[in-house]
Design a protein. Structure first.
Length: 135
């Protein structure tokens, strides 16, 4: 079993299903994760540029609407390198945690994105209320 901090290429011509954010096909590995803090097309461009600069990344696609990024790699990439690249662009990379959640289910990437968006909305509501009460 491989470490959750590494992605390895598989010498296989078949699609190999790995943790829900990784798929290997024909020795290329796709890694999907969320990026927190993006708000516009410029954010997407900046994130993609930083991710494509990681050695071993053959392609990086960032989707603003879903808040997800997908990397295509041809070699092993440590999760910390991805986190550092996203951080250097001014954003936060979020990977699904495979530990059991309180209800006995694994937390998916979509669950994590939903929780983060709810936190962001709550913070925004507080800021708006504070602004309105000052007026």
């Amino acid at each position: 079993m491989k470490s959750s901090n590494q992605v390895t290429k598989q010498p296989s011509n078949q699609v190999t299903k790995q943790p829900s954010n990784q798929v290997t096909h024909n020795q290329l590995t796709k890694i999907t994760f969320a990026i927190k803090g993006m708000h516009c097309a410029s954010c997407v461009y900046t994130s993609e540029k930083a991710l494509k600069a990681i050695p071993g990344v053959t392609d990086a696609v960032v989707n603003l609407a879903t808040g997800k990024a997908t990397l295509t790699t041809d070699s092993m990439i440590e999760k910390n390198k991805i986190i550092d690249a996203v951080k250097s662009a001014g954003y936060q990379a979020m990977f699904p945690s495979y530990a059991k959640a309180s209800e006995g289910k694994e937390e998916t990437l979509d669950d994590k994105i939903k929780v983060e968006k709810m936190k962001e909305l709550k913070d925004l509501r507080i800021k708006v209320l504070a602004l309105v009460t000052k007026s």
